[in-house]
Design a protein around this ligand. Structure first.
Ligand code: PGA
Length: 254
């Protein structure tokens, strides 16, 4: 059985004080939730304090990116061992904002995925097509390429620990989400490509999330789909009440 998974990506938002306030408020509201993996991904600067604020709770810590080398002359970068030391369990990799604003390539994302596993960090691998690619009928080609490249060097035992987020770029931060049916279809394909790329049935255990303008109002449409196991939430995760409502919906509650 795949356990539902809800992650909040705070992007470049919140000072340390604001991040701790939001995490602390959220912790109380979702304390009774047992069957959902709930992950907060604050900016690097707030990881340590948020980690301490949620210690002993049912919330887990994730980072938003990492470098593929464990150390070295890479000014401004953060490595896997540094994230692990701060208590991170997860790390978002290949987010479309990294691919587009910072020109991250499929090859770099693949190196980061391998480096994360080597450091016992679990990747939340993001894939998704732009509006231009979608309009050109290239959605499947683009996502298949992104998925296969990212897992090219992995073996089947890694797949149950990998989380993939399908995030159509045109749906991120736009208020225009994909339909549940569309996201479900792509999620099934992602699992199929994962299985083909590494061999064996272990892709059945990979959690596939939907991301892109998820809100308390539309989460049911996604979580109700058989191939979708949860959501990667940006804007709505900044508010503890909105994010808690999404978590509770994923838990099957009110
Ligand atoms: P959004 O962002 O929920 O604000 O659309 C999602 C994401 O970028 O992960």
């Amino acid at each position: 059985m795949r356990i539902p998974f809800i992650a909040g990506n705070w992007k470049m938002h919140k000072t340390v004080r604001e991040a701790v306030e939001t995490a602390t408020a959220l912790k109380t509201v979702v304390a009774a939730v047992e069957i959902v993996d709930i992950v907060l991904c604050p900016p690097f600067t707030a990881l340590g304090d948020v980690g301490r604020a949620i210690a002993g709770s049912n919330l887990e810590l994730g980072a938003q990116d990492m470098h593929w080398e464990p150390q070295g002359a890479y000014t401004g970068e953060i490595s896997g061992p540094m994230l692990w030391e701060l208590g991170c369990t997860y790390v978002i990799l290949g987010h479309s904002e990294r691919r587009h604003h910072f020109h991250e390539t499929d090859d770099e994302v693949a190196r980061k995925v391998q480096a994360a596993f080597a450091q016992e960090l679990l990747p939340i691998l993001c894939v998704g097509e732009t509006l231009e690619e979608r309009d050109a009928g290239r959605t499947e080609d683009v996502i298949e390429r992104q998925v296969r490249a990212a897992v090219a060097e992995l073996d089947a035992v890694a797949l149950p620990r990998l989380v993939v987020a399908y995030e159509p770029v045109w749906a991120i931060g736009t208020g225009r989400s994909a339909t549940g049916g569309e996201a479900n279809r792509v999620s099934a394909l992602i699992r199929q490509w994962l299985g083909q790329a590494v061999g064996g049935p272990s892709a059945d255990e990979t959690r596939v999330l939907y991301g892109g303008s998820v809100t308390p109002e539309n989460i049911a449409e996604f979580i109700g789909q058989p191939e979708i196991d949860g959501a990667l939430v940006g804007g709505a995760s900044l508010n503890s009440e909105a994010f808690a409502a999404i978590v509770l919906a994923a838990a099957g509650g009110p």
